[in-house]
Design a protein around this ligand. Structure first.
Ligand code: ADP
Ligand code: MG
Length: 321
């Protein structure tokens, strides 16, 4: 399959002031991240909070500018795109955020919210827009569409709100969707429904996803390949089956061991290293994970372990065999 999106050595640093009078500090939110996403693929980006997943997603969509590195879309470098080129690109690449309530304006009806991107991108004739909106509403399971069209966000259930957000992202017929923890805020009862819907929509519209999650169980359900991030770096990337059956990096192993097991009689191993995830302001030298790693060796605190192939298509940034 052809490569749709390519991240090449992306770096994003934020300058923050941690205390009055103290000099500004640098947050290494994304630290030299590269990957490719093939057309039609779902790449998962997993890791604990603060590991740089959302920042990576925003960089791909050029919602923020990289400190260095570049993003390619269908082989074209979009890093230098001007505003008109970006506007056109944004029809084709969309984002779905985790909190549907805060991503919907309380003053816009469902119909207005979903139709809004059509207006911004001046897509279709004005008269045909309502039809387009109603049709996408049916596709995401908002029915009866005519009835929900006139509703306002406060009148919707959590599941319906997330469907509106999905409809709004899909109404411009994008190729690529960054889904940033799309079910994290949803009730447990609607999570599986939304995941299944995302899978159906992918098939129907031929979508490619970057699926961001802190929860590996959902990555297992939806993703073809999974990248594990830790403090701004990808530490492991493999096909889903390979990652779940043969994780290599101690951090990936720890995360997998922490995935809740539905059967309460099975005791879950408790080897997720305890302690706060260190800060991206002053990350530990060498392998960022070494202070929490049960196998840390001297070399692990010295240099950044490179991502190396441990099996075909399976890379890990760990020196262990
Ligand atoms: N606009 C910002 N200004 C300063 N720091 C930020 C900003 N956005 C994110 N960060 C920091 O960058 C790091 C990565 O954040 P983020 O990408 O949101 O991680 P994740 O999505 O994996 O939880 C965190 O330490 C976060 O506090
Ligand atoms: Mg995030």
């Amino acid at each position: 399959m052809a490569t749709l999106v390519k991240a090449e050595r992306l770096v994003k640093e934020f300058r923050v002031k941690s205390a009055i009078l103290s000099p500004k500090k640098i947050v290494h939110a994304v630290d030299d991240v590269s990957f490719e996403i093939a057309e039609g693929e779902v790449l998962g980006l997993a890791g604990e909070s603060g590991s740089g997943k959302s920042t990576t997603g925003r960089l791909l969509l050029r919602l923020i500018e990289p400190t260095s590195g570049r993003v390619e879309y269908r082989g074209t470098d979009v890093t230098a795109f001007g505003s008109e080129e970006l506007r056109r690109l944004r029809q084709k690449i969309q984002i779905v955020f985790q909190d549907p309530v805060s991503s919907l304006s309380p003053r816009m009806s469902v119909g207005q919210a979903i139709g809004h991107p059509l207006e911004i991108h001046r897509l279709g004739a004005k008269e045909s827009r309502k039809e387009t909106v109603l049709s996408i509403m049916e596709k995401v399971g908002l029915s009866p569409a005519e009835y929900i069209y006139r509703k306002y966000p406060h009148q919707l259930s959590g599941g319906q709100s997330q469907r509106v957000v999905l409809a709004r992202a899909l109404v411009t017929r994008p190729d690529f969707v960054v889904a940033d923890e799309p079910i994290a805020m949803a009730d447990v009862s609607v999570r599986a429904l939304i995941l299944r819907l995302m899978q159906d929509l992918k098939a129907e519209f031929g979508l490619t996803y970057l699926f961001i999650t802190h929860d590996l169980a959902t990555a297992k359900y939806l993703c073809d390949r999974v990248a594990i991030m830790y403090l701004g770096r990808i530490v492991e990337l493999a096909s889903r089956d390979e990652l779940f059956s043969k994780p290599h990096h101690p951090y990936a192993k720890a995360l997998l061991a922490a995935v809740p097991i539905p059967d309460p009689r099975v005791r879950k191993p408790k080897n997720l290293p305890t302690g706060e995830i260190p800060s991206a302001i002053d990350p530990p030298g060498g392998c960022h994970f070494h202070p929490r790693c049960p196998h840390a060796m001297k070399v692990c605190s010295e240099g950044r372990p490179p991502l190396r192939e441990v099996a075909p298509g399976h890379v890990s940034a760990c020196y262990l065999d």
